[in-house]
Write a protein that binds this ligand. Sequence first.
Ligand code: 23J
Ligand code: MN
Length: 258
Amino acid sequence: MSNTLLQLVADLERGTINVIDLTVPLGPDTQVIGLPPMFAPSPGVTLDVISRYDEKGPAWYWNTVTMGEHTGTHFDAPVHWISGKDLPHNATDTIPARRFVGPGCVIDVSTESTANPDFLLTPEHISSWEAQHGRIPSGAWVLLRTDWSKRSGAAFLNADATGPHTPGFHKSASAFLAHDRDVLGVGVETIGTDAGQAGTFDPPFPNHGIMHGAGKFGLASLCNLDQLPPTGSLIIAPPLKLVNGSGSPLRVLALVQR
Ligand code: 23J
Ligand code: MN
């Protein structure tokens, strides 16, 4: 059979290709990012019943949902950051759909992140990953495995008097991935694509500034990265087509060959 899509369907049917869900449940218990108090907070999820097989709708159940665009497993578009505000095709409704799909490169820094919650990925880490697994192709999703999604409650945000302590990217690694590897974007298991302490960095939130300034994307609050191979997965991550949206909650799927 020469038709790639028919082969894919057959492999899915046979179970030689699996679909891995990289999405966390989205609901009132979903935690939101804690920004310094001078900035506006992001509201969490509220669900209000419109009707539930009752006088307001005798045969149907549906809800009204309210939340910030950057809640739970979510997509960051370039327009989210001031560095990307004037780029073409920078919002959830104008990014070409082709750019929501790409190969996954999973960099496992779970050991380092467990030992040091403020761990930052550097270009040296990327070079040693590439020596083992090959060059990160242009158009890849680079996924940072920290095992942070295995944490729950207060240990997920991991905040103390000095703010949140969660792993992320050194600005030199963000610049390398955006400019020298031309990735689609980066994905993380933490609540945002910058490290917990990134508000104190120079510049603040460097991964957001660099990635979005280069027209690249972010994926936050992913899970199940420990089920992905370092290379060989296909990541499918299309956000809602919100008009001029800065991002949106989404379902992220990975196709993986067994
Ligand atoms: C606003 C300000 C700072 C950050 C963020 C949002 C996110 O992480 C986000 O969800 O994009 S760090
Ligand atoms: Mn975000």
